[in-house]
Design a protein around this ligand. Structure first.
Ligand code: V47
Length: 374
């Protein structure tokens, strides 16, 4: 296979050889991959890395989301979810509302609750710590993956705490891991135009660095397909790769495709499936030290998520009941997929489904696609 590839794609000989030898790719090589129009080559190379790491396995989780408020002090031009205080469409759940939502899952198996909110001007660390303690009281075994590296600095400031004090307090209250939202695109040239007023690259990375130091594992994301260029995507990936070299605390990278309804960037067309698959493949190839690459099916649809399993992806997220951020931005996917649908989707792609917990521990191994489901 290697000799066929080298003969067929002589312009990429050095990259093909490096990937085969497990060597790290640099910025220039990443740019050549993004500019390569041959999806077969990108898929082949990304799949090589994916299978080296995970064999034929593909992961999913039974999870649900709560977004307790969409009131937000920031004005990100890609966001369709947030509302300013007093603006129509804004909402704020009470702690009782949040606990009622958690109780809705009393008779269902769920392993993770993902909480991301608007950055509410009046809510500090104490409020969110109380929320976490209350949820843990209802469901002690539920993994709480909560609050982005944009929410935490504001809560900390409001409560006159350092980032480390805020994270320690939240961890003691029940925060088990942190999601990767708020990263968007780090490069200041782009960040200035899409979310000038919120945490910059340095602060976002500092929050994750501190979380990792405290033993809180996190994920990381990249919002792509708006005004950024390939160079900005690569700059972003390499900043995450550098932090991972330092701490090893990221479990997964999740590229987030920009959705263009009901926001200030609605004039920008959405990326093609080709760009989506290319972005997964290049992510897998560049981020050699982040174990998992996730395609969030809610965002790209189950069909593309299925395809992405051949372009470097090994995780398709989960059952996700009641998603708001993407549906308010125009996502047409359903709000929920059952465990059986996720298993079928993975098996149809020829992969071996593994139901996981939040930190990629095996909940149930469902066997190779040719075996009967246990
Ligand atoms: O930070 C907001 C993105 C993120 C839009 O950690 C948009 O496992 C596209 O971070 N089009 C929040 N993207 C969600 C998030 C997330 C999602 C799934 C899994 C994980 C994880 C994290 O959503 C925001 C922003 O980057 N976002 N608006 C939009 N119109």
């Amino acid at each position: 296979m290697l000799s066929v590839l080298l003969e067929r794609y002589p312009d990429y000989k050095d990259i093909i050889e490096k990937v085969h030898e497990g060597k790290r790719l640099n910025f220039e090589e990443g740019l050549r991959l993004f500019n390569c129009d041959n999806l077969n080559l990108l898929g082949y190379l990304a799949n090589l890395v994916r299978e080296r790491l995970h064999g034929n396995k593909a992961y999913f989780i039974r999870n649900f989301h709560i977004n307790s408020t969409n009131i937000c002090i920031y004005s990100c031009s890609f966001c369709s979810f947030a509302r300013k205080p007093g603006q129509e469409g804004g909402y704020e759940m009470s702690l009782e509302d949040v606990y009622r939502k958690v109780h809705q899952y009393d008779n269902r198996v769920v392993h993770e609750l993902h909480i991301v909110n608007g950055v509410h001007p009046k809510l500090g660390v104490e409020y969110y710590a109380e929320m976490l303690r209350g949820i843990k009281k209802i469901r002690p075994g539920l993994h709480l993956k909560t609050f982005t590296a944009v929410e935490i600095p504001y809560m900390a400031k409001r409560s006159r705490m350092t980032i480390e004090q805020a994270l320690r307090t939240l961890k003691e209250a029940g925060m088990d891991s942190m999601p990767g939202g708020g990263a968007e695109i780090f490069h200041p040239e782009i960040r200035q135009q899409i979310c000038a007023d919120k945490a910059d690259q340095e602060l976002w990375l500092e929050v994750h660095r501190t979380a990792h130091k405290l033993g809180i594992r996190t994920t990381c994301t990249m919002l792509y397909g708006h005004i950024e260029r390939y160079e900005h995507r690569l700059h972003h990936m390499l900043a995450l790769r550098d932090l991972q070299d330092e701490t090893g605390g990221f479990t997964a990278f999740i590229p987030l495709k920009f959705h263009n309804e009901n926001n200030d960037m609605s004039h920008i067309p959405q990326t093609s499936v080709v760009d989506d698959l290319k972005t997964y493949a290049v992510s897998r190839l560049m981020m050699d030290n982040i174990p998992h690459l996730k395609a969030y099916w809610i965002m790209i649809g189950p069909e593309v998520a299925q395809l992405a399993l051949s372009y470097g992806v090994d995780d398709i997220d989960g059952t996700v009941v009641e998603e708001k951020i993407y549906h308010m931005a125009g996502a047409k996917t359903s709000q929920e997929m059952t465990r059986e649908e996720l298993i079928r989707l993975i098996r149809e792609a020829g992969r071996h489904p593994i139901e996981r917990d939040s930190l990629y521990g095996v909940v149930e191994d469902l066997g190779e696609p040719t075996e009967a489901i246990p």
